[in-house]
Write a protein that binds this ligand. Structure first.
Ligand code: IDC
Length: 342
């Protein structure tokens, strides 16, 4: 064998050994590999530009994912493996953590404050570790008027925003759904108190503000918006109840420059139950895609109700098969998967 051939063989052997060593060394790391869906490292700090949510490069960006049910009721889904499945298998880039303020051991109505805060903090950490955006939702519902627990909201957001001031994946939703005649002026005055509390720590965080009538009256916000930057206005729909008239309102407001965020919706009716109306839901999705709106689906739980995405007999908290998913779950997972391929 001539000298050159000998050398080539040595090189080949050395390369094969290096490859083998490399494979052995990298194998254990794969468990924690963050895949291409690491939305936060690709898109960074989000901000609001006109009606749009844009990423750190100034490109239009869309968040989409699941909302938990009330975390006091279904704490098991505030779990890293749950979020990982939502990211890797469902293809979503965002998760909304819903903490009821009044009902179901709500934060302000006898719930265990420290445990609830810990759950929210854990949820934010898991999302962060997975490179997902996360919405912290102060879930006003039974309390109707966000001013009822304004002092508690101030304290909560002050503490939380201080913790996450250096992160760029946390979005604050300061009042889920004001309702029962609460006016936009009352909500606005609440926003004027709470937004500066968050901004004191995190000067550019995106903040979502609920609108009157269970977050349907975005037109009132359009007439008289808050004066801060990086604020978006919540519009919620339930496809079995809210049809053309609410879509038209949403479209009109977006066209006129209002940043609308669909931070909660369902394919069924507004009770969270009843039949799914996938035809109407499909029309909503067309609108969502036309305007690149961000959206979170209610709800990630196995409650025996139509809007829960898991069947009530499913006790798995991650890695769900098709058979584990309710009709709603099958539909929305497909929607997210399609979205992630766009
Ligand atoms: C529903 C839950 C249901 C719970 C009820 C409490 O799905 O299990 O018993 O709240 O009142 C909303 C609310 C959201 C509702 C949902 C369906 O933001 O909390 O969840 N909905 O009613 N707005 C419109 C519909």
């Amino acid at each position: 064998m001539d000298g050159r051939l000998q050398i080539r063989r040595w090189i080949q052997k050395a390369a094969a050994m290096m490859l083998a060593v490399g494979l052995i060394l990298t194998a254990p790391c794969q468990v924690e590999t963050v895949w291409a869906q690491d939305a936060v490292s690709s898109h960074g700090v989000l901000r609001v530009q006109g009606a749009d949510l844009v990423d750190s490069k100034g490109e239009k960006f869309q968040l989409y994912g699941m909302s938990t049910h009330g975390i006091a009721w279904f704490p098991q889904y505030v779990n890293k493996e749950t979020f990982r499945t939502l990211r890797d298998d469902w293809g979503s880039n965002c998760v909304r953590i819903a903490m009821y303020t009044d009902e179901y051991n709500g934060y302000c109505s006898g719930g265990k404050k420290e445990e609830l805060k810990k759950l929210v903090e854990n949820g934010v950490s898991y999302a962060t570790e997975l490179g997902m955006y996360v919405i912290v939702d102060w879930h006003v519902l039974n309390d109707k008027n966000p001013n009822v627990y304004k002092a508690e909201a101030e304290q909560f957001f002050d503490e939380m925003a201080e913790k996450w001031k250096d992160q760029n994946n946390v979005i604050y939703e300061i009042c889920n759904e004001p309702n029962s005649g609460v006016t936009w002026e009352e909500i606005k005055s609440y926003g004027d108190q709470i937004i500066p509390v968050i901004r004191k720590h995190d000067s550019d965080a995106v903040i979502i503000v609920g609108t009157p009538t269970w977050s349907q009256d975005v037109d009132q916000a359009l007439k008289n918006p808050l004066k801060y930057e990086n604020v978006m206005y919540a519009l919620h729909f339930y496809a079995g109840t809210h049809t053309d008239w609410l879509r038209n309102r949403a479209e009109e407001c977006v066209k006129q420059g209002l940043p609308v965020f669909i931070s909660e919706f369902g394919m069924c009716d507004a009770s969270g139950n009843g039949a799914n109306d996938f035809e109407q839901a499909g029309k909503w999705m067309e609108l969502i895609e036309r305007y690149n709106l961000s959206y979170c689906c209610w709800n990630l739980a196995n409650k025996n109700e139509t809007s829960s995405v898991l069947k009530s007999e499913c006790v798995k908290i991650s890695g769900w098969d098709e058979a584990d998913l309710s009709q709603s779950g099958q539909w929305i997972r497909q929607q997210f998967r399609t979205e992630s391929q766009r």
